[in-house]
Design a binder for this molecule. Sequence first.
Ligand code: GUN
Length: 278
Amino acid sequence: MAVIIDGKAVASEKRREIKNRVENLKSEGKTVGLAVIIVGENPASRVYVNNKKKGCAEVGIDSFEYALPQSTTENELRELVKKLNNDERVNGILCQLPLPEHINEDAVINTISPKKDVDAFHPQNVGHIMIGDYTFLPCTPAGIMEMLKFYNIAVSGKKCVVIGRSNIVGKPMAMLLLKENGTVEICHSRTADLKKETLSADILVAAVGKAKFVTEDMVKEGAVVIDVGMNRDENGKLCGDVDFEKVEKKASFITPVPGGVGPMTITMLLENTVRAVE
Ligand code: GUN
């Protein structure tokens, strides 16, 4: 049976440290503020945004929510971002994705000042990540690295397989594992023999977006399994990309959903917001 990685516990310890840093900044007369933009009525986005605001309150960061209607134009949204770029109360700007289809996400991300880009989505910050210079950390991958460190799971020399090649998770995850000297492979929907690849993984990261996609026959005995998924199963219950009950019996460490990667992602967003001020 695997050790279940407690993302909430790791997040809670990290948030204590962040709270102290916020207090120190406040004692120097500085404020720490995060603008959170949500467009439309995506229920999952609403949950994420609420949790991000709750996280801010927990560590003393001021959050400013901008909830815009579905009909918002790309231009209107970019005008808001420009205004926030120049707002002194706002140190970080987060625009919750996905945006409605009529809005070009890249155009919006490119409008965010790289100095306030606490998601690390701006091409300038993505470039920093590629060369191993971390002004802002990519939140989900950085949260995963913190969890591995907390549980003393070494990455150096390990075969790391990431399933998913998104700009938000898959690609930056590969970069962080590589920086820690892992031997890294990215798999995706066109990978010829996915099972063959995943069976070679000492550390397996699933960022697919499909409920219980990773089954026990795809996992090597004793592997570390990190589940980035947030899905609903056939009964409407929250579940990850990994078939937890079965894979848990084979893995050495595994993250649950919920209570694994999710709390850490938000924690790293808070960390980036503090960094923006520091
Ligand atoms: N949508 C899903 N994950 C994220 C994230 O980390 N940041 C933003 N802005 N949107 C998301």
